[in-house]
Design a binder for this molecule. Structure first.
Ligand code: CP3
Length: 351
């Protein structure tokens, strides 16, 4: 097909067509952590409001969500929020410590603590997330797809049990191996809340939802299948026919087939595997998202373009690819390079 011969689509149409496996007019692009510290306008907003105030005030959350749409022209608008937000309604207060991340004063280590977790509806636990989605949808129209998200049960458990970010989450894994009754009860509760939360987001206008299992790379295949996979599969099953889903993780070359079996519409992969190898292993019935190394964005334009072109060449003309980074944008990234990268991917993939 000659370049540019498909009628131009809106960002939302482009995103949703790709997740259905249809050919979009251009490859859709968005970036994890696109609304964040790399943007001077975000830093300015944050100088006036603490992080959690931005996340819990729909007008401010929407303002932050729209910043990368205006500046980069991305096809997906990921709601400005955090994976930790649903925990408060479950009875687990937390803070986001600058430069550290999520911190829980009273980490969860006993069956009594797990049994005390509340299963809440999002209308009660996180009404401001739903309000922000409705407001966002109204302001955005079809310009970009509205992306909702949740933390996956395993990654939430890492923060709940450890109480703060660590490198290897050893206490969490020891509890998983050593106290399977507690573990499965915890996973079931988190799965229940996550399904309610994502259904609520879909009702409030999310076009797509992404499940962030950021620390999954710590597990081997057998443990993943035993302790985590059934819960992830239950979440995607509950979303089928509601909105399309994307699974996110990093460092999970050893788990790729098992992740694909959980049934998301697309799987996000990082830079550790070439995108075509990853896709072949997943099977082409599943879409793929990724997988530029965010560190490339801190180098020169040639390094960025070569990385992007290599990904696009490996994908070829096969529909089902969402262009993204393998993990989040680093705060040091020059936003002009992100804007140039979006233009480049759209130009090169125009069909
Ligand atoms: O553009 C976006 O992606 C915005 C929405 C978003 C945030 N967090 C905002 C945020 C999303 C999708 C998340 C998800 C999230 N939160 C994940 C999964 C994604 C991943 O990176 O793997 C995780 C693990 C968290 C937990 C969390 N919250 C961390 C690790 C941090 C960063 C700590 C730090 O200071 O480096 C946060 C805080 C946070 N969440 C920030 C942002 C923009 C930085 C807070 C600030 O403004 O100071």
């Amino acid at each position: 097909m000659a370049a540019g011969s498909l009628t131009a689509m809106t960002g939302r149409d482009r995103f949703l067509a790709t997740l259905r496996g249809d050919q979009p007019d251009r490859t859709p692009v968005w970036f994890m952590r696109q609304a964040g510290r790399c943007l001077p306008e975000y830093r300015e907003l944050r100088s006036r409001h603490p992080f959690l105030e931005v996340a819990r005030t729909p007008e401010l959350a929407v303002e932050a969500t729209l910043m990368p749409i205006v500046r980069f022209g991305v096809d997906g608008a990921v709601l400005f929020a955090d994976i930790m937000l649903p925990l408060e309604g479950m009875g687990v207060p937390f803070e986001i410590r600058p430069g550290v991340g999520p911190v829980i004063a009273d980490p969860l280590r006993s069956i009594e603590a797990v049994n005390a977790l509340r299963i809440v509806e999002p209308e009660e636990g996180t009404p401001y997330v739903l309000d922000a989605l409705r407001l966002l949808k109204g302001k955005l129209g079809d310009r970009a797809a509205v992306l909702g998200f949740a933390g996956a049960p395993f990654t939430l458990a890492c923060y709940l049990v450890e109480g703060r970010p660590t490198k290897e989450y050893p206490t969490t894994k020891a509890l998983m191996y050593g106290n399977p009754d507690l573990w499965h009860r915890l996973m079931e509760t988190l799965t229940d809340v996550t399904i309610r939360y994502l259904h609520g987001q879909a009702r409030a206008g999310a076009d797509v939802v992404q499940l962030f299992d950021s620390w999954l790379g710590l597990l081997d295949d057998a443990s993943y299948r035993k302790y985590v996979q059934p819960y992830t599969a239950r979440i995607f099953e509950a979303m089928r026919g509601v909105v399309p889903t994307i699974h996110f993780s990093t460092g999970t070359v050893q788990l790729l087939e098992a992740i694909g079996e959980t049934g998301p519409d697309a799987v996000s992969v990082d830079w550790r595997l070439p995108v075509d190898d990853a896709w072949k292993r997943l099977g082409y019935r599943t879409g793929i998202q990724g997988n530029l190394d965010p560190a490339r964005l801190m180098a020169g334009w040639d390094v960025i373009r070569n990385g992007a072109d290599d990904i696009l060449r490996r994908v070829g003309n096969r529909p089902g690819h969402i262009f993204n980074l393998g993990h989040g944008v680093m705060p040091e990234t020059d936003p002009d390079k992100l804007a140039r990268l979006v233009r480049h991917v759209h130009e090169v993939t125009a069909r």
